[in-house]
Design a protein around this ligand. Structure first.
Ligand SMILES: [Fe+2]
Length: 156
């Protein structure tokens, strides 16, 4: 087996880096969605949601950096251009959304897409014995599932 300096199977790590870049791209779309929602939100929930969306984009900004740096740790190259992000985007791009329920529903659907990618990475990282990526994905998944619960409670 051809291994990396971290002792991981090179071929499996290459596959993981492709998937991590897919997650990075989709997180960037999610992040930009949140910025748009933070700016454009209107109505009686403005103060509450304006702050909540900032909290979520600040958190996703940290996760974006963690994903990119995980790719570098695995000797890959993180994608960093909007054109590449858009070609890999599965998260819907939200535009001119100002209604509270529409905004929160977009976040729920974005998180749901991110979860799908993260679960598929978790399978790959398990297969590659890559504990670093495993634990990162586990943390992201648990946090996002809880956020979805709260957002759905808000929507109910
Ligand atoms: Fe702001």
């Amino acid at each position: 087996m051809n291994t990396t300096i971290l002792g991981l199977d090179k071929e499996k790590v290459n596959g993981l880096n492709i998937s991590l870049n897919e997650l990075l791209a989709n997180f960037q779309v999610y992040y930009q969605n949140l910025r748009g929602l933070h700016w454009n939100i209107k109505g009686k929930s403005f103060f509450e949601l304006h702050v909540k969306f900032e909290e979520l984009y600040t958190d996703s900004q940290e996760k974006i950096d963690m994903i990119a740096e995980r790719i570098l740790t695995l000797e890959g190259a993180p994608l960093h251009t909007f054109s590449e992000y858009i070609t890999l985007a599965k998260v819907s791009v939200g535009k001119n959304i100002s209604k509270d329920t529409e905004a929160v529903a977009l976040i729920v659907s974005s998180l749901s897409e991110l979860l799908k990618i993260e679960r598929s990475i978790l399978n790959q990282s398990g297969e590659a014995n890559d504990e670093g990526t495993n634990s990162m994905m586990s943390d992201f998944i648990a946090e996002q599932e809880k956020t979805i619960w709260m957002l759905k409670a808000w929507l109910a």
